[in-house]
Design a protein around this ligand. Sequence first.
Ligand SMILES: [Zn+2]
Length: 418
Amino acid sequence: MIGNFKRFDMSKKPTSQRRFLTPITWAISFPSKWRHRSKIEKHGLEGIKPPYLLLCNHNCFLDFKIMTAAIFPRRANYVVAIDGFIKREWLLRNAGGIGVRKFTNAAQLVRNMVYAKNKGNIIVLYPEARYSLCGAQAVLPDSIGKFVRLLDIPVVMLLMHGHHITAPFWGTKARKLQSLRAEMKLLLTQEQTQQLTPAEINEKVRASFVYDDFAWQKANNLHVNSRDRAEGLHKVLYQCPHCRTEYKMESAKHELFCTSCGKRWEMTTLGELRAEGGETEFSHIPDWYEWERENVRAEVERGEYSFFAKAHVDSLPNARGFIDLGEAELTHNMEGFTLRGKLGGEAYEKRWKPRELYSCHIEYNYLKKHGDCIDLNTITDTLYIYPEGEGISVTKIALATEELYKNATAEREAAKSN
Ligand SMILES: [Zn+2]
């Protein structure tokens, strides 16, 4: 625990959403649904009544509104990160929120979900635990299978399409895209949650949790005519596929370019990339991102991945607001993350080993004023770490976190079978 601050009380039981707040959530949600001419298609949900677990994909704030419309006129308990409710703990609690810290394995969360189930409520979970970086599914935790079995209620899935296109995580402006779609379907009956093993449940969830918003946009011929449609894309596509230089990508208006070799790509209104001269290495944005991942994976496999920077740290011990922890040093290498700093004259050190984090949450230009950051959590601390200096990509750090986890897991499996 860093510092002697009051902590968010994770053990407090979730409340059912207060009745007077429910119409307010509708008043916030439905106008957005109409504006985006969003349609929700439901399959196989006849006879499915709460309590059930609703798994949703996660791209932007609109997800909450479409989810609210999808379960109308019911209300739910929502698993939410306390970061989303700074200075609004009252709202988090009374709107039916179950507060968590991202990517921590809190036993308390499971207890609170069981409590919500016993109240007969829908439990809403965004298992990706962060917004998708480029409109395709993010890694899902292995813990899903276990708590699905434990909850012993049907599992329903809400897969929303086009939300990344209308408000990309890396983008600087929303696009007001219309004709959005969502599919809501039964994934597992209550009986199936008991017949299948946790590993089989994970398989099933992963197999259905597949989406690709850029492919969907193209298939549906939905044009984004915004003149600034590529602005911010270099945050995700930080490595040039032409000269392979990292951290020298930039974007402006409808273009992406490398300031090292000068190559430029146009982003079409259908979300594809086209080189403005020479070969188009990747026309599909998620392919470029996966190519970056392969390069990071190769560094990890060679045992050479390493990152170090001075960083500014803010902490969120409770939902009341960030506390400035000052300067620190962040190392990320084959041993995982190490954060070393000083608070009130006393040195602290926090470590996250590769096996402790299967992924991590990052932000681009957080709250539009603080710059890019990595969010690392313990059960008691939510730390927003802002690395300082040139040649840094929080996207690469997030990819490395995932590849280090896979690598450490494979090594552990290999050691077991020997
Ligand atoms: Zn280049």
